[in-house]
Design a protein around this ligand. Sequence first.
Ligand code: CMC
Length: 428
Amino acid sequence: MSRTATLTLDGKTIELPVFEGSEGEVGIDITQLRAQTGAIAYDPAFGNTGACKSAITFIDGDKGILRYRGIPIEQFVDSPNFIEVAQLLINGKLPAQEELVRFRARLTANAHVHEGMRHHFEGFPPEAPPMAILSAMINALFCYDPHFSVESDEEFEDAAASLLSKVRTIAAYTYRKSNGLPFMYPDPNLRYCGNFLHMMFSMPYERYEVAPEVEEALNLILILHADHEQNCSTSTVRVVGSSRANLFASVSAGVCALWGPLHGGANVAVMEMLDQIHRGGLAPEQCIKMAKDKSSGFKLMGFGHRVYKNFDPRARVLKDSCDKVLAKLGKKDPLLDIARKLEELALNDPYFVDRKLYPNVDFYSGIILRAMGIPLNMFTVMFAIGRMPGWIAQWKEQHDDSSVRIARPRQIYTGNKLTDYVPLAKRK
Ligand code: CMC
């Protein structure tokens, strides 16, 4: 017999279908709730709402588990290859050798941006935030390819490769523009991460030699950010996509959602916090005290998560990698010691323990990005490059599901009852 949940409202009882996901997660189907009772479910911030069924990423926040298409993220650590992970997320399976080669060729063929687009960069002021430029330029991509189609597998693969490849070029150009540096064209002989580093740091008269350690570290960072099921930016991509908006427009909206300091922007906020402590402006103990004081408006950035009530597995990997990466790069970073001190204080403080607040992905990622020479204002852009496969995969999964309707939440109205219009002359 199929399982149901029973709801009684104003003496009327209804049965709501119950279903299970492949890892045993239980969902109560309330799609007929309003039709049957006249009431709606109230769940601001969607903490208890499943907005879709998805086969892409699995998270168990209580156990600290994150899997891409069933594979634990820890298994990608020793042989990181961001493009393989991107194909896994987007296509649902790891690519065979010839699929990888074909996709790589598509990435290379799509690495450039239209020359006309290069002039768009001129319109931004020097201080323009890179996330604003990134979002605007991704949206502008559609203007240069208005007939793009994703209906056949071939077309979709080309669109996905185009977006993955061009976002890297746009991100590097954003940095070059804000520093008054000449744009460097992509090099077809370099792999995904190496090519990005080349476009960021080479000069026309001096080529940047991509160190394998830096390329490997970047690969790892991108992989760990590649998807995270229905977070704020991914939900944004799906909401925009549900109106049948194109892939570029949907992803461009995702970039805006990611920008906020409670989401992807936290990696910048963490480094600013650590730097402030390092420069003596704030003691770690004082930082913890302020974070516990709600009236301070201060949060321990890089701590806490809506879903993880245990260590964020991405933070665990990054914490372990920090020492390794810094040693390989021959660097020391006092901010790492400060981060460790803050973590130790927080994990022994009842405020954080009781609320199950642990370090999240942003707590340690900045230290690795900094060691690689990535400037602070590009940190959230790096998150966006990493998240691109996830956004594309989620957009595609929704696009292919013919049962999907436009996202349109309801509300509980709390404003005036029926009120008459008062002409200006009679208003007090
Ligand atoms: N510092 C101090 N207190 C915190 C923090 C923090 N970083 N995070 C949560 N709390 C408190 C919060 O005030 C609340 O306390 P109380 O129960 O007394 O009201 C309790 O912990 C539960 O928190 P919440 O605000 O209900 O949690 P949420 O699920 O709404 O928010 C969060 C999750 C990530 C936005 C939040 O933990 C936060 O603001 N953290 C700092 C920003 C950050 O690091 N963001 C990156 C998230 S991971 C990357 C990504 O996927 O975006």
